[in-house]
Design a protein around this ligand. Sequence first.
Ligand code: BGC
Length: 372
Amino acid sequence: MRAVAVFPAERRTALVDHPEPLLERDDEVLLEVLDVGICGTDLEIARYEYGTPPAGSPYLVLGHESLARVLRAGAAATRVRPGDLVVTRVRRPCPRPECRACPRGRPDFCFTGEFTERGIKGRHGFMTERIVDEERFMHVVPARLRDVGVLVEPLTIAEKALFQVWDVQARLPWTAAGTPAGSGHGQRAVVLGAGPVGLLGALALLARGFETWVYSRDPAGGTKARWVDSVGAGYLSSATTSLGQLAERVGSVDLVYEATGAAGIAFRALDVLGVNGVFVFTGVPGRKTPIELDGSGLMRRLVLENQLVFGTVNAGADAYDAAVEDLARFDARWARPLRALITGRFAAEEAPRLLADPPPGIKSVVTFAERG
Ligand code: BGC
């Protein structure tokens, strides 16, 4: 069957003939892949800067943002049935019993670094016609989300980040007490970056009642700015608005959700974080030349203003469940803008070209099956 694969040693990305997966165990499920999203990590892998094929394989099948349909479920599978739509988690636990996270089902917090990731590190991904995986890694997606279900995985980044934000902000008694768990009402958030992770993050924040601003390099009045406006957030372009002006315009910022992967802008944006604020890093920058920072100023503010900065990667089962629920909420409230995030659908044959020369737009999706 067809698969999109990267050969790191040969520095080549191609459509290959990949062996059919077999349903070998009772707790496994055979899936027909429908959609696979392309993200920055895939582009990095296709530039041969990241990613590891499974042991013994010259190539890595790409793809970790998936939506698939259940074809056949092993006898011990209880949650999924043939025909169900599912999204499968990316990361798999490391083999080390001493890892405090993996044996507890949280490889997204793996201590040893020996975790694997489908389509990224040591395991083939989802950019192929059929896959087999264990049922426990799958999350059922309602049929009405067929055309946007592929956005679940990128949305899990925001979901995991927000779980952690609630945990740390429980330190502020007035935030925790008396408000529905996880409510962002009355709080102000700035999203840095208007890629898929940023824009999905903005929807997650809006859905929780945050006053939400998106700051990115795309021009004011452009497509992204109009998208942001259409969902009820504010848009400021870094081309015409400095961070100082942003601070004046927005006021005290309770949360900065970074989704640019660019250290220069991200660290400078720490200046706009308000008292008791939280700054979340989600972007993974390439290895670039060092940037200069005012360390003392930063440290002063972190201490004197009780600020918190954290990074977050990957996601656990709870974040996938939350992402599926949120996507249904977004669908009810922002049906059109949600769909507008997917700016291109392409056949598998086109994937090598897309990976080498990504089209402009927000989210490109490689489609394996006929829509329906
Ligand atoms: C994926 C994560 C993964 C990370 C690092 C991201 O693109 O969304 O699941 O953990 O890359 O490999």
